[in-house]
Design a protein around this ligand. Sequence first.
Ligand SMILES: [Fe+2]
Length: 298
Amino acid sequence: MISLERLFLFECGCSTAPNGQVFSRKMSAYHRRTEVFLMTTRIVQVTDLHLMADPLAELKGVCTRTNLHSVLDILRRDFGSAERLIVTGDLAHDELRETYEVLRELFGDWLPKLRLLPGNHENRDDMRHVFSDRVTAVEDRNVFTDLIGGWRLIGLDSQLPGEVRGNLGEFQRDWLARELEVEPLRPTAVFLHHPPLKVGTGWLDEIGLEDSERLLELLRRSPQVKFVCCGHIHHEMTITQANVLLLTTPSTSVQFLPETDRLVPDSVPPGFRIFDLEPDGSFRTRVVRVPIVTRTHP
Ligand SMILES: [Fe+2]
């Protein structure tokens, strides 16, 4: 079956995602109908699931399995038409293969739309084994690049095994540079676990991305990158610095109070992030908070 993306490019005779203005001048009525059909692409990001094989296990007083059930219930009820579900790390807090198998079961009908990245709490090999059809390996890293709705979505692997802080490494940064050079006019979003900018909470900034300056240099000379989206800090932020827009997203599990000198759990509900992407590179985003429904058998 020809995907909508393929159909869109084929009908317009383009090899790259076109600028919306040029597009509307050149298209026939039929093409305009096609464009309207593809006007908005909705994607969902969830992060920091911290799932454990024990269904009753808690992290800082939060049953991460119960929380994830509640999040997935809302996703299926209200956002089931989203085209992608991007998970930006800390999937398995206990780093057990069994936990990834549970997670695969829980995602269920989302699997074809799923894109996964590792966080610092991860077993990269087990993640790759259980989600072998959902993960792409570049050298030893689990990454993805995905074309949808006129956009390129790129996922980076910032895990530094045995460490809480992150690192991309030269090989992966070179891979990213090549990905960005392929279609420099196509609107692009970059996802990774560790934020590449300071978030203003000292203890979290100490466990950020080690080679962030090298990544930022690359992003600043790639204006097609419209935003960078991360997890790791377990709370929502929007930061703009020198033409780089960073969005962070609440965890589906425990929340961290910002601007503290140590980890302090916050009482706000868990959440996830919705993006509505337009073919011209504009987008809208918001965080959705989820009330937790306690289950007798999580
Ligand atoms: Fe986390």
